[in-house]
Design a protein around this ligand. Structure first.
Ligand SMILES: C[S@@+](CC[C@H](N)C(=O)[O-])C[C@H]1O[C@@H](n2cnc3c(N)ncnc32)[C@H](O)[C@@H]1O
Length: 285
């Protein structure tokens, strides 16, 4: 069941957080104009050559990755529920001179509307903190399958759901299997960009807004890796790649994370390795 009221709480929480996240990032348009990228090798490898391809970026936030994908030659449509994020993305497109289309919408509404239109897409892409906001995995997967062209692919790179069962201090308090139940936080999404520092601010880190406490509630959904894969397989999509990575790109998920080259964050020496990200490709036949 799609839980729109919870999504609306999340929209408000993301509106507040996006202002704070962008307050830490120095001139992003100049960074893009100078050829800088916010993309990582993992998603680029799974996406393959996107030149000339019609690509939808679901949950695109403020559009930085969307614009980097557009610069690689894709015709990009970014979709996000946050008003602040989409307003920022449109301005960033104008200021950087990289063309892309941005739609402010709940992903479920946008997918339903897109399915009614004739246009179909070569790539649907989503990444880094997307899955936990989805209240109905099956409806999401059906929507994606319905807008792909035959031969098109859905590419997902996200933080591993097992990693989501750890608190920042490495204690484990969240169950892995939650059967779609919402996990509600009084203070929505926090300032993870401020916590990550330069790693998530490739255009340059600014002190920006400090001591942010989100005034809005947030609701997350801890879907397991099997649930994600099954939802996609049940639509008839064919999973052609499923990878797990022992590092998290650009995000200090937990205390005392160590940074390896390429902004790969790994646990401290005394913590055994664990899957911190996964990547998946699902093809439409
Ligand atoms: C962690 S961010 C993803 C960042 C993204 N990978 C990027 O390129 O910057 C998660 C995004 O999901 C969006 N979101 C959450 N629930 C949503 C929904 N129901 N429909 C559309 N977007 C949603 C939030 O507004 C937020 O921008």
């Amino acid at each position: 069941m799609v839980r729109k009221a919870l999504h609306e709480d999340n929209r408000r929480a993301w509106n507040a957080a996006t202002v704070v996240h962008n307050s830490h990032k120095a001139d992003q348009a100049a960074f893009l104009r100078a050829g800088g990228t916010t993309l990582f090798p993992e998603e680029l490898a799974l996406l393959g050559d996107i030149a000339g391809q019609a690509l939808v970026h679901l949950q695109c936030n403020a559009g930085q990755d969307s614009l980097c994908l557009a610069r690689l030659g894709a015709t990009v449509t970014g979709v996000d529920i946050s008003d602040e994020a989409i307003t920022f993305a449109r301005q960033l497109a104008a200021d950087s001179g990289i063309p892309a289309t941005f739609a402010r919408a709940d992903v479920y509404d946008w997918l339903a509307e897109a399915a009614r239109r004739p246009a179909r897409y070569n790539r649907v892409f989503s990444s880094y903190g997307a899955i936990i906001w989805l209240s109905d995995l099956r409806a999401w997967a059906r929507g994606i399958a319905s807008i792909l062209k035959p031969g098109g692919r859905f590419v997902l790179v996200d933080f591993h759901p097992f990693a989501n069962t750890f608190e920042r201090d490495w204690t484990r308090q969240t169950p892995y299997f939650s059967d779609g139940a919402a996990c509600t936080f009084a203070h929505g999404i926090g300032d993870y960009v401020g916590l990550a520092g330069e790693v998530l601010a490739p255009s340059g880190y600014l002190e920006g807004i400090k001591d942010f406490v989100n005034p809005h509630r947030g609701h997350e959904f801890n879907w397991g890796l099997g649930e994600v894969a099954t939802a996609l397989l049940d639509t008839g999509l064919v999973i052609t790649a499923l990878r797990e990575y022992p590092y998290a790109n650009g995000d200090r998920l937990f205390d005392q994370m160590r940074e390896l080259p390429g902004k790969r964050m790994v646990p401290p020496e005394d913590v055994p390795n664990l899957p911190l990200m996964f990547g998946l490709v699902a093809r439409k036949d």
